[in-house]
Ligand binder design. Sequence first.
Ligand SMILES: [Mg+2]
Length: 370
Amino acid sequence: MKITEIEIHAIHLPLHDPFIVSYASYDTIPSIIVKLTTDMGHVGYGEAVADEHVTGESWESTYAILKNTLAPKLIGMDPGQMEKIHARMDAEIYGVPAAKAALDIACYDLIGKALDVPVYDLLGGKYHDEFPITHVLSIGTPAHMADEAEQRVQEGYRSLKMKVGTDVSEDVKRIQAVRERVGESIAIRIDVNQGWVNSSTTLQALRKLEHSSLDWLEQPVKADDIDAMVEIKSKTSVPVMIDEGLCGFRDMREIIAKRAADKVNIKLMKCGGIYPAMKLAHMAEMAGIECQIGSMVESSVGSAAGFHVAFSKRIITSVELTGPLKFSEDIGNLKYDIPFIRLTDKAGLGVDVDEAILNKLTVYSEKVLG
Ligand SMILES: [Mg+2]
């Protein structure tokens, strides 16, 4: 089986509400969808959502790299030879994990469909039957975040992830307001997205939050400062998670060597797709570090890819892939049974892509042929 054609679509996914984190605010999410076709007529879809603040890639650069650099090199290759495909991509260009993830995901979707098995069966089989879905609260006033938290708990959510990271004292008020409103039985995770910058600010905040029963604290300090994470971890009993500080294998080696985290947040867009994500999960497992599979805000295609990895690994104990719930229009039909996600046994990613919607959301597109 050989890849004969790669279609690349640069799309805008419309959001219900603006998505606000410590470093940016978004009304639509720019994404890239790729569609692979083989000489046997099989089709697979993949997605790249670039985050310039995390991997240094942009929507525009990802499109250009896929079109000019990566896609032409994959024409003629067997989509089932993942080790070879990644070696070819890595030889062609360093980094650019989101661009590589798009092609990696499309290959898995295609092979799953060709063999008529879900992608998790290509990854060792389904280990988890379901994951609870965490609702993510965008940064707002303490009262507004508490109102939204209360509403979501009434809808059935049992865990909340709060985005904070603008101002430490205001963040502490936000967290205390939400904890007070939802009570002790709801899990609260905090994602600072590097906004508390260093270890001293973080330790001050943690002291004030001693009685807030936090599940874990995610990426309080600058991504590159693994040593600050080591210090925080040694001085608090709140579990700490590294997100932006973990992209690929080099980062994971440092985190393991320094025992810098209790948990890590693996994202396909940071590491290059399903295949490298599985390697990272294996590294973490050997070091006794728990994993979460997270995502950028991705459509049904990218999100489903993350779920297939998560469902197949025991060391992956939580997921944060809520992109499709945020979109007013999506190219695919990944289904959530809120507040849970359960995967079907449909082949490939298990997502039907609506070509009419894909074309409608496409800003520009290109076809790369052999
Ligand atoms: Mg995060």
